[in-house]
Design a protein around this ligand. Structure first.
Ligand SMILES: [Zn+2]
Length: 140
C-alpha cells in the first residue's frame, strides 16, 4: 500500500521547482516480533501489519525535474522492504534494541536520512502504526 499526500503551504513560490512542500508518504509491511514482558520474560512471537508514515519538507521536484515525492516513496519502499515478512528480532538492525514500534520508527528515519541529500529534503518525522489506534512517532 502506498499513499502520497502533498501538503503545500507557505508563501507563493518564485519558481515552481524551488517551492517547498511537506510531503507525507505511507507504506505498509508485515512482520513478526516479540518484546519482553515487565518481568523480562519474552512475549510470544506475533505479527503486525505495520503502517509507516514518513513526513519530510522537500522541494517539489528534483534537479532532474521529477516529483520529489517519487524519490521519498522509493526510499521508504527500500527501508520497509528490508523488514517485510521478517522476524524483526533476527535482524542485525535490532540486535542491540528490541524491535518495538519506537525502534522501528527510529530505524526507518535513520535509513531514509542516510539517503536523502540535504539540498532536497529534511525529514520531519516517521510514525509507525502497529494497530489502527496505536502508533509512535520518531523525530530528532
Ligand atoms: Zn507486537
Amino acid at each position: 500500500m502506498t499513499n502520497a499526500i502533498i501538503r503545500s503551504g507557505g508563501s507563493t513560490p518564485v519558481r515552481q521547482e524551488c517551492q517547498l512542500i511537506e510531503a507525507a508518504i505511507k507504506k505498509s509491511f508485515s512482520a513478526a516480533h516479540f518484546l519482553k514482558e515487565k518481568d523480562g520474560a519474552p512475549e510470544d512471537l506475533h505479527g503486525h501489519n505495520f503502517v509507516v508514515e514518513l513526513v519530510a519538507v522537500c522541494t517539489v521536484k528534483t534537479a532532474e525535474g521529477r516529483p520529489f515525492c517519487e524519490t521519498l516513496e522509493k526510499w521508504l519502499e527500500e527501508a520497509t522492504r528490508t523488514l517485510h515478512h521478517k522476524n524483526l528480532n533476527n535482524l542485525p538492525s535490532f540486535k542491540d534494541c528490541a524491535p518495538s514500534s519506537e525502534h522501528i520508527a527510529q530505524y526507518i528515519f535513520n535509513e531514509a536520512a542516510k539517503k536523502i541529500g540535504p539540498s532536497h529534503a529534511n525529514i520531519s518525522h516517521v510514525t509507525v502504526w502497529e494497530a489502527d489506534d496505536t502508533g509512535v512517532t520518531y523525530k530528532r
